[in-house]
Ligand binder design. Sequence first.
Ligand code: SF4
Length: 316
Amino acid sequence: MSQPILQVEHLKKYFPAGGRKVLRAVDDVSFSVQEGEILGIVGESGCGKTTCGRTAIGLYSKTDGVSLYRGEDVHRMRGAKRRAFCCQVQTVFQDPYASLDPKNKVIDLIAEGMDIHHLYTGPAERREKVMEQVGLNPSGIDRYPYEFSGGMRQRIGIARALAVEPRLLLCDEPISALDVSIQAQIVNLLLDLREQKSLTYLLISHDLSMVRHLSDRILVMYLGEVVEESTAQELYTHPLHPYTKALIAAIPIPDPKVERARPRSVLQGQVPSPVDPPPGCRFAGRCPYATDRCRTEKPELCDMGGGHRVACHLCR
Ligand code: SF4
């Protein structure tokens, strides 16, 4: 197999939590992303998926571990390598309302990265390059973000990321702030762009049905750790970890009759604090199969074959 575009090894990101305490947002996470692949990272709110993605691409400093972009340490790049990396790795943020400066016209928002990296020869080429970007008509680029709908604002956010011709996009909850009616348009746009521009995505979301639709492989995170990793197809047809099973069981079925009739499977119990996580399996307090061993011995992430990895004593 060729060198991954992104290789993350034992990555940790802790935040100070008062006194000597630390919040273990990302705790010893390893994964890789191949060129052209879409890797989804899923989990409930607060599981560490956004911090993991942002630390992996260097938006946050790391506490420990390493993240390599095409073999180069993301957190140690300097000079020309750093500038090239900043073009090649871009982010599409969750909230198109908050991520676009309302004082700037669309043309200036989209061209900001090109301005910084001097990617045009003059104003005409700058304008032409902005107009090449997704779904915007020529008159639209001289308007302000508030004049557009949520879906169009997210298109502007995507165009802004694409303007510097990246290879890897971190898509952080790219549709969760949008109306349901336009979510599918953005999902299809991301899929089309991946084909047209041979992009690689690191896709972060709590929306399992969207992640299933888009991803080649999926990581499931719980309380800062990876609990399961597999191809999207395998994960949804043969989930192994009790947490993954509960998440999949909670996906709504788009048929009101079937949805009403099926038994509810709701996760019980509270998510423990990432400041003071339990010593054994971090899911033990909510797991219906937990044993004494689970409460004292941490399950390792084991390869079950075909790249399907799971961290659960039940599966060994
Ligand atoms: Fe449940 Fe034990 Fe597996 Fe953790 S290790 S998920 S508590 S069965």
